[in-house]
Design a protein. Structure first.
Length: 189
């Protein structure tokens, strides 16, 4: 019986120690991605859950195919808004292994929701109308941080809905599969 009591206390102390680590209460940062520049805020919802909101500018290209057969490609700079709940599932494990958990350094799962407004796009071609869209993408990623700097890598596959103007002819569909790969560096203040 004494063995079971000792094992019970050991397990309780192990679990109590694992509960010490949690996501940061509030993080503000600017970040540079492969094709974007943005400001983000991450707010704690629970011990391992946070809500990340982001506003920024992204870049890309789009093409128009005219009725006479020629195609014109434009370079775009578009504003975007992201809302992303994150579950940092690796915090306890990193704490047990004596690895840094500062500024939410951990692996995570998230649901990235992005809205891109086509009406405010900066385009290098006259008369080009970019279609606004929304994406919902489940993501897997990891974040590593120091006191002020961080890097993030994430990948996911999700759904994209394009809000197409019926008066134009597009070479994209209204509903598409969205592939997302992000590699970002940032500064926290």
């Amino acid at each position: 019986m004494k063995k079971y009591i000792v094992i019970g206390f050991v397990l309780i102390s192990f679990l109590a120690k694992a509960q010490d680590v949690s996501v940061e209460k509030n993080l503000n940062s600017v970040q540079l991605g492969l094709l974007s520049l943005s400001y983000q805020n991450e707010t704690r919802l629970d011990r391992k859950l946070s809500l990340r909101s982001e506003i920024g500018l992204g870049t890309g290209t789009a093409s128009i195919k005219y009725s006479d057969g020629h195609t014109e490609t434009s370079f775009l700079i578009v504003p975007f808004v992201n809302v992303e709940p994150r579950w940092y599932y690796g915090l306890d494990r990193r704490e047990r292994l004596k690895r840094k958990t500062i500024n939410n350094s951990s692996n995570y799962f998230s649901l990235l929701t992005t809205f891109v407004s086509g009406s405010n796009a900066i385009v290098n071609t006259k008369g080009f109308e970019a279609a606004p869209f929304i994406t919902i993408t489940p993501e897997y990623g990891f974040r590593r941080a120091s006191k002020h700097f961080f890097s993030e890598y994430s990948v996911g596959v999700g759904y994209k809905h394009n809000f197409l103007d019926k008066s134009y002819s597009y070479n994209i569909h209204e509903n598409e599969l969205n592939y997302d790969f992000q590699w970002k560096f940032g500064y926290m203040f």
